[in-house]
Design a protein around this ligand. Structure first.
Ligand code: NAD
Ligand code: LMR
Length: 337
């Protein structure tokens, strides 16, 4: 408690702060569940001018939370103010898709936002800022954002596939009739899109008899290679079809999980999936933001190396990496226009 009062606050920005994901995310940040219960926070809330009135209401609610870690709150429509000195950036602000769209259909509408915000990060943020892109198409927005922030290391730009990981973990837990935390090391490879490859080949389940491989416990390759994969690939669309709005509560929770693990590290023997700038690992072309399994220590992640990749998995990785290369090319065309 004393430490909480004396530690220096960090500046954290959330973009799209008047939107639905932010509405669930801001509470987690202010309550200390992401950066820890001893880390005071100055919140920077960025949205566009027509939303500033709504944002005022969000600020009122943040005040009314009466949370001691929350220090200054700055609502603004100016990137220069929003990104000033930030140590962590949740880039949520972007148009969500509607029923019948693929996430990449949002490229033309959203990619410009990430160019502008990349430039603002470059100018105003701390050089060790941790950037999490949530706005879709998240992987391609992240590579664009990084491109326009050349003074910040590429490693600091990540895209969210943690929601897909959480979905995959929950689906496997239900299939095996175990609590969700008994499932570990499922992997999301590639794009946060319907070409992603949710991979249970290396996942384990903790049973009373010990830690077992998920594939042998499920013992149904047909289910794992087809039904499981397509359920996770299409889960975002299924939520939209039911809610008429895209996922928000689960997306915000996943954003918190992603940033908390980046800040505090992964548990021994466990990895998590994040979209990161490819370094060529697993033969994936460089300079796309590709979701890999990573382990994190001292606020730095490393891609888990040398996992055996079956021919089936390889064919799935090829599909999603090809899509990412096409998206990057399309994004560059949009920005050239
Ligand atoms: P929303 O429409 O409720 O909120 C988006 C907010 O962003 C709005 O308030 C809007 O005014 C604001 N905004 C638009 N342009 C902006 C700009 N230039 N600067 C700052 N703010 C801006 O949408 P939402 O449901 O919160 O979703 C936000 C994004 O997150 C969407 O693109 C959605 O597809 C994506 N998403 C990603 C994942 C993932 O797993 N990666 C999961 C869920 C949603
Ligand atoms: C999700 O996965 O729920 C989000 O990316 C929203 C969407 O468009 O599917």
């Amino acid at each position: 408690y004393l430490m909480a009062n004396h530690a220096e606050p960090i500046d954290v920005v959330v973009t799209g702060a008047a939107g639905q994901i932010a509405y669930s995310l801001l509470y987690q940040i202010a309550a200390g569940t992401i950066f820890g219960p001893q880390q005071p926070i100055n919140l920077r809330l960025l949205d566009i001018p027509p939303m500033l009135k709504v944002l005022d209401g969000v600020v009122m609610e943040l005040e009314d939370l009466a949370l001691p870690l929350l220090r200054e709150v700055l609502p603004t429509a100016e990137p220069a103010k929003a990104f000033n000195n930030v140590a962590a950036a949740f880039l949520v602000g972007a148009m969500p898709r509607k029923e019948g769209m693929e996430r990449k259909d949002l490229l033309a509408a959203n990619v410009e936002i990430f160019k502008v915000q990349g430039e603002a990060l470059d100018k105003y943020a701390r050089k060790d800022v941790k950037v999490l892109v949530v706005g879709n198409p998240a992987n391609t927005n992240a590579i664009i954002c990084s491109h326009y922030a050349p003074s910040i290391p590429k490693e600091n730009f990540t895209a969210m596939t943690r929601l897909d990981q959480n979905r995959a973990q929950a689906t496997l837990a239900a299939k095996l009739n175990v609590q969700v935390d008994k499932i570990k090391n499922v992997i999301i490879w590639g794009n946060h899109s319907s070409t992603q490859y949710p991979d249970a080949a290396h996942a384990t389940v903790t049973l009373s008899s010990g830690v077992k491989p998920v594939p042998s416990e499920i013992n149904d390759d047909e289910w794992l290679n087809n039904i499981f994969v397509s359920t996770i690939q299409k889960r975002g669309a299924a939520v939209i079809a039911a809610r008429k709005m895209s996922s928000a509560m689960s997306a915000a929770k996943a954003a918190g999980d992603h940033m908390r693990d980046w800040w505090f590290g992964t548990k021994p023997g466990e990895w998590v999936s994040m979209g990161v700038v490819s370094d060529g690992s697993y033969g994936i072309s460089k300079d796309v933001v590709f979701s890999f399994p990573v382990i994190i220590k001292d606020k730095h992640y490393e891609i888990v190396q040398n996992l055996p990749i079956s021919d089936f998995a390889k064919s799935k990785l090829d599909i999603t990496s090809k899509e990412l290369e096409e998206e990057r090319a399309e994004a560059n065309n949009v920005l050239k226009k």
